[in-house]
Design a protein around this ligand. Structure first.
Ligand code: F6R
Length: 605
């Protein structure tokens, strides 16, 4: 959510900033801008629209060795040229790019306005720029520090000042800021994706820290001006992982990467001898793990849905009661945190604000929490301090696909690990491991066999409404299918437990409403057929995702996926749901990787 970037060194800043902004664009894409510092002062260029639109209008010779840039997802103020970042103070001397929300911006703005300050935008960030320009202090760092003492809210920010030709000051509270260390040059970004092309040496700022960057290095202090000692870490990501390869969209590339993502999540974690999983990152001894009587999974959006599936998987295998809840709802209901509950926070980005806040609430109340996170070193991973990294590789498309799959694999490993400490037998463990071994191939086969789904997507692309229905795991899959479809295709899609359809929603079933029914070959098969009959009786078209070719109820279309293992059967069913969403969106000519109004990694409330 919003990308920030900065460069100071011996190279021309503008091309570096633009390239980095393209890489960060998945974090927000309603407007973009750069500020480059030259001897003659600050040159600020910003506009509504995507990075390439802003870049196309930059002056050809925008030279200067220091600059900051931003790609925005609007919070305060609609997307417009004026509200785009960087924001400057009224004299144009100080420029700021910011990710987060200044909560007392309204009050600070009123105070500044009373002193005669005229504002050029509706943003909270401009308030910061005005405050920093007016703050006392001998250095830019002191001015930023003094302005930040007046501010409440969250920020990852970068500041330049025309009076200080050689430095960028950055600060973090709640939104990521990563320094990249080069040879006589320094980089900063909100996301490692923007750094890996230039350097592998990085420093992650913690909340309450300010860093001053100069070509020859960096200095980190706290908001109270105490020095902070930070050790650089090595970025593991490969630069190529950020490209689209042969695919036309990141979403399709990431759908195809799922077999590999599964292999990476499994890698080094299977203990065949004892038919269990090795999860050293959990940092919980068998004795400690065995003490938990309940498991509560928290996440937002798809991460929460993956938690619903994970909870079912854990509970079925281990018989430890498990459930999942939206992290946002959880944190606001003053939750009772119990000693005998293990909390699991799920997040691809590791930066989702509501999930992070839930983790902090649990920790504050003395609860035990682990993370299932993709981005190494991210805020949630660090706040939890232990857990399971997905290692699924970077996910750039705004909608999650491969990390959803990898999260389910991580839950399977966790369930195996816990189950083998309890009543799960060696033979049961082996059977699950065999199924996990076979999973990448099965998933690859489902992806390869996608022409049929492409044709179905073309058939249903012009519908305006869709229900996704299923029971238990099938209902969680229905939620994921409906979320994917609405995100990328803007087709109105709603998920319902199949059992609930007749309690109201059936009123909307008609020949114009598609029902996608998730019908695994499980104990509830007959019940699901009953639901399909009800829909068909109202002449509603039905597309069924099934394990068997033969269905007792006549449906309009079926997609058959392979059966594997009762605990892993939901995973192949995800593939047609993802592909259906993708192809419907393509047929409707939607911006698949950057859907309207959305952004990857929701770092605001
Ligand atoms: C859906 C999607 C979102 C995210 C949610 C949480 O396709 O991508 O619903 O799942 O914003 O994000 P993370 O996992 O980064 O915490």
């Amino acid at each position: 959510m919003c990308g920030i970037v900065g460069y100071v060194g011996h190279q021309n800043a503008a091309p570096i900033l633009l390239e980095a902004l393209h890489r960060l664009e998945y974090r927000g894409y309603d407007s973009a801008g750069v500020a480059v510092l030259r001897k003659s002062g600050l040159a600020v260029h910003k506009r509504r629209g995507k990075v390439h639109e802003m870049a196309a209008r930059l002056p050809k010779r925008l030279s200067g060795n220091l600059g900051i840039g931003h790609t925005r997802w609007a919070t305060h103020g609609e997307p417009s040229d004026a509200n785009a970042h960087p924001h400057t103070d009224s004299s144009g001397r100080v420029a700021v790019v910011h990710n987060g929300i200044i909560e007392n911006a309204h009050e600070l703005r009123a105070r500044l306005a009373a002193d005669g300050v005229e504002f050029a935008s509706e943003t909270d960030t401009e308030v910061l720029a005005q405050l920093i320009a007016r703050a006392g202090g001998a250095s830019l760092t002191e001015a930023v520090r003094s302005a930040l003492t007046m501010v409440t809210g969250t920020y990852g920010l970068a500041v330049v000042d025309a009076k200080h030709l050689n430095e960028i000051v950055v600060a973090r509270n709640g939104s990521p800021v990563i320094l990249g260390i080069g040879e006589r040059e320094m980089f900063v970004a909100s996301d490692a994706a923007a750094l890996v092309r230039h350097t592998r040496q990085a420093v992650y700022l913690d909340d309450g820290e300010i860093a001053t960057l100069e070509p020859r290095g960096y200095r980190v202090t706290t908001l109270d001006a105490a020095p902070a000692s930070k050790r650089p870490t090595q970025l593991e990501l490969a630069d190529e992982a950020f490209g689209k390869g042969a695919h036309s969209h990141y979403m399709m590339k990431e759908i195809h990467e799922q077999p590999d993502a599964i292999r990476r999540t499994l890698s080094g974690r299977i203990d065949r001898r004892f038919a269990t999983a090795r999860l050293d990152g959990l940092e919980l001894s068998p004795r400690e793990l065995a003490q938990f009587r309940r498991i509560k999974i928290l996440g937002c959006g798809s991460a929460c849905i993956s938690g619903l599936l994970g909870a079912r998987l854990i509970e079925r295998l281990t018989r430890v009661p498990a459930d999942a809840e939206s992290a946002a709802e959880f944190r606001y209901r003053n939750p009772v945190i119990e000693d005998d509950t293990l909390y699991i926070a799920v997040s691809q980005s590791g930066e989702t604000f509501d999930t992070l806040a839930a983790v902090e609430e649990i920790k504050r109340k003395g609860g035990a929490v682990i993370g299932i996170v993709n981005v190494v070193g991210s805020s949630i991973a660090r706040a939890c301090g232990r857990g399971i990294y997905l290692h699924a590789g970077p996910e750039i498309a705004v909608v999650s696909t491969k990390t959803f799959m990898s999260t389910l694999v991580a839950f399977a490993l966790f369930a195996l690990h816990l189950g083998r400490m309890k009543d799960v037998s060696l033979a049961q463990g082996k059977r699950l491991i065999e199924a996990l071994d076979a999973l990448p191939e099965r998933i690859a086969a489902c992806i390869a066999d996608s022409d049929h789904v492409t044709r179905l997507a073309a058939k249903y692309a012009q519908f305006t409404n869709a229900y996704f229905v299923g029971r238990n795991e099938g209902f969680a899959l229905a939620q994921e299918g409906a979320l994917k479809l609405k995100e990328v295709s803007y087709l109105h899609a709603e998920a319902y437990p199949a059992s609930e359809l007749k309690h109201g929603p059936l009123a909307l079933v008609s020949p114009d409403t598609l029902t996608v029914a998730i019908v695994p070959a499980d104990d509830l098969f007959e019940k699901n057929i009953g639901t399909i009959e009800e829909v068909r009786a109202r002449r509603g078209p039905v597309l069924a995702i099934v394990h068997h070719h033969e269905l007792p109820a006549a449906v309009d279309d079926i997609v058959v996926v392979p059966q594997l293992h009762e605990l892993l059967d939901p995973l192949p069913m995800l593939i047609p749901l993802q592909l259906f969403a993708y192809h419907v969106a393509a047929a409707r000519d939607c911006d698949i990787d950057q859907p309207r109004n959305l952004a990857k990694s929701v770092t605001v409330e």
